[in-house]
Design a protein around this ligand. Structure first.
Ligand code: ATP
Ligand code: MG
Length: 565
């Protein structure tokens, strides 16, 4: 490929709507161009990266016995009604009508299509198990599309669905997929950790997410892990052993106390000279337009996904001051569950269980109640966020936390789709049974972005070799110098004829510009043909390490082979 012909434009500046480094670099280095929020054209360099990732996925999925198919992107509402998700999927599902007024949607995922696909094809236990996968476009009208390819609205996913006659066989396939995923990500140059997770809208019981652990802030997930026993879980699923010490506030009697303008948990703790864990905090939220009051120990925070699961909600936000006034007739800072309107759903976090003689709001401006004890312990649920340092639920060692980017996940669906959609096979005794299913996703576009989050420097992208768009760039420093141009061309031709993915930077640009672009785009290797050619030498440089050696032009191919062995 000639650089002068490559359909890209590298930019001097980062785009100003980008926060994540992968987003900034992908735009600046000419990999993607935005069409609208969360939707990008993949330019030639990007397309090469994506097809490499897809090919790795294909090879490994095929090797594990899965078969590739391609299902339609626009789907009829009828199958979503059958599965029960048409009513509950929420605003992420982009809905439309055809000319006859039939409801349809853009595929956010394909459980419904694949489950209905079995009809008339998979009918006997003899045909099972089967694992079908595709690499397809998905559309989700994400609430917060941001970070470029990390969270787009239109993106590419590999999704696979397996069908079994027993839970044991699903377990077996689940393990096979977990191993396949580890191999796929390793081949993409990414180390991942499989963590326990919440199953979300897809449903099912057992699920794991494959996380690329990063220290950049854009990982949208916190992963809690234990160095001692290996426990690891997404924050939406992680639990800890609740610290039961010092949950007695020490007040000898229950009384209402004037606490003028003492509104925050810290102010209250100071005011009464107690610990924050001796206060039962009231957190007022609106879930799908309905009021919810979450009661949680003062030192803990709400975990939004856990709260949503507890009330079977789809979207939550915190209540505004006006809404608080409307529902409590009181200011924020003094709320509690005492005497609340029965319009408000009240939830107690598990952390409330061990509290004694504690402080709560009085539901009256400037007043709190101290020395409160539950007459009868209300039912509690786990809706709290684990904190680093809390004890591992398996072995009690302190938990660590890190940021993670979810590049894939695996779910045991069981009969969640086959049952309502009546997707059945005939077993050995001739009985109709619903399929036991698993599903397995990988964000193809997100894998590319995650690799950049992980591997870049101040100059640009440092692609893992297996997914780099090209392996090597040949740069003649001065295109007016005949010998430089001739040598560069010869090296380029030799590499090309030997099947190497090579770019020749034939542009009439300053050397500095060419070097900058080469670093920005992230070619793993660079051959520079400059003045040293007069001594018969060119420079061979490794992007990742900065290592550089001088070699003869006819040695380039061998060095390339040696390096990429
Ligand atoms: P997330 O929690 O990040 O929204 P999800 O649980 O919705 O992910 P799935 O529906 O299981 O994800 O999709 C499978 C894979 O597709 C995810 O592991 C992720 O890598 C990728 N993916 C999901 N949503 C997006 C998106 N908006 N943009 C890019 N990739 C995505
Ligand atoms: Mg999602």
């Amino acid at each position: 490929m000639l650089m002068s012909k490559l359909f890209i434009q590298t930019l001097r500046e980062f785009p100003n709507d980008a926060e994540a480094i992968s987003h900034k670099l992908l735009v600046r280095a000419g990999y993607i161009k935005k069409l609208m929020t969360g939707s990008y054209t993949y330019l030639p360099l990007m397309q090469r990266v994506l097809s490499k990732i897809s090919n790795i996925i294909r090879e490994e999925m095929n090797a594990s016995g899965a078969q590739e198919i391609l299902m339609p992107f626009v789907q009829p509402s009828s199958i979503w009604e059958k599965s029960g998700r048409w009513a509950v999927y929420g605003k992420e599902l982009a809905r439309l009508k055809d000319r006859s007024g039939n409801d349809m949607c853009l595929a956010p995922t394909h459980e419904e299509v694949v489950t209905s696909l079995t009809e008339g094809i998979l009918s006997s236990y003899k045909q099972l198990p089967v694992n079908l996968y595709q690499i397809q476009t998905k559309f989700r009208d994400e609430i917060r599309p941001r970070f470029g390819l990390l969270r787009g609205r239109e993106f590419t996913m590999k999704d696979a669905y397996s069908f079994h006659t027993s839970q044991e066989d699903l377990n077996r396939e689940y393990d096979v997929m977990a191993e396949t995923y580890t191999r796929i990500f390793n081949r993409c140059g990414l180390e991942t950790r499989a963590v326990q997770s919440d199953s979300g809208a897809i449903g099912g019981k057992v699920s794991h997410e494959f996380m690329v652990l990063t220290d950049t802030a854009v990982g949208e997930n916190d992963v809690f892990y234990c160095d001692k026993c290996g426990y690891s879980a997404n924050s939406n699923h992680a639990t800890s052993v609740l610290n039961e010490l010092e949950t007695d506030g020490g007040f000898s009697a229950q009384e209402k106390v004037l606490t003028p303008d003492v509104k925050t948990i810290d102010d209250l703790a100071n005011f009464f000279n107690i610990k924050t864990n001796n206060i039962l905090k009231s957190v007022f939220c609106i879930v799908d337009d309905k009021p919810v009051l979450a009661m949680i120990r003062g030192d803990k925070e709400i975990e939004e996904t856990k709260l949503l699961n507890a009330v079977q909600g789809l979207e939550m936000r915190y209540g505004t001051d006006d809404e608080i006034y409307e529902y409590f007739n009181c200011e924020a800072g003094f709320l509690s569950f005492l005497n609340v309107s029965d319009k408000i759903r009240v939830l107690f976090d598990d952390s409330a269980k061990t509290m004694k003689n504690f402080v709560i709001g009085a539901n009256e401006k400037d007043y709190h109640i101290v020395g409160y004890n539950f007459d009868k312990m209300p039912e509690t649920v786990d809706i709290s966020l684990v904190k680093a340092g809390e004890k591992c639920p398996v072995c009690s060692a302190p938990l660590n936390v890190t940021r993670g980017i979810e590049v894939g996940n695996i779910f045991q669906l069981g009969t969640k789709y086959s049952q309502p959609m009546n997707a059945c096979y005939t077993d050995e005794e001739g009985n109709l049974k619903p399929f036991i299913m698993g599903c397995y996703g990988i964000g193809v576009t997100r894998v590319a972005a995650a690799a950049i989050e992980k591997f870049h420097d101040d100059f640009g992208i440092i692609w893992p070799r297996e997914i780099a768009p090209y392996q090597i760039i040949v740069v003649p420093v001065n295109v007016a110098d005949e010998l430089q141009v001739k040598t560069a061309n010869e090296i380029y031709e030799t590499l090309k004829n030997n099947g190497v993915e090579v770019v020749l930077d034939d542009r009439d640009e300053r050397a500095g510009v060419k070097f900058k672009d080469a670093d920005l785009i992230g070619f793993p290797l660079r051959v520079t043909v400059g003045k040293t050619i007069n001594e018969g030498l060119v420079e061979f440089k490794v992007r990742k390490t900065g290592e550089m050696i001088k070699i003869k032009p006819d040695e380039v191919l061998n060095y390339f082979k040696e390096y990429t062995k």
